[in-house]
Design a protein around this ligand. Structure first.
Ligand SMILES: [Zn+2]
Length: 118
């Protein structure tokens, strides 16, 4: 990893167009997860403008973004805390233009951003 990039970007599934059909086809479980939204260029490289998470239903959360973003990439998380940590890593690594605030944590002392400790 380059020294200028100290934040490991979590692995996401390959980006796809943000449509109901693609969400249904790729997320067949109701689960916590985190995601990146943005646009795809001709080489299918994603330009990320927003990151988010869901503590219990990442597919449902993504459906609410249909129409607002062209493409999505996501990862299923084992727990809400893992989803938060993944969201934080994406947020710090990518600095998406549409995320005005740091990801919001639950008021739980065990929850802390793995990058900045918030
Ligand atoms: Zn942070």
């Amino acid at each position: 990893m380059p020294r200028s990039d100290p934040v490991a970007i979590p692995d996401l599934h390959d980006p796809k167009d943000l449509t109901q059909a693609n969400i249904d086809a790729t997320i067949n479980t109701r689960s916590a997860g985190f995601y990146a939204l943005g646009s795809l260029n001709e080489s299918k490289v994603m330009s990320v403008s927003y990151v988010g998470r869901s503590d219990d239903d990442v597919a449902g959360k993504l459906r609410r973004h249909i129409g607002n973003f062209q493409a999505f990439a996501f990862a299923i998380a084992a727990s809400p805390l893992h989803a938060y940590q993944g969201e934080c890593k994406l947020y710090h690594a990518l600095k998406p233009s549409k995320n005005v605030l740091h990801p919001v944590r639950k008021p739980d002392p065990d929850w802390a951003c793995p990058v900045c400790g918030r």
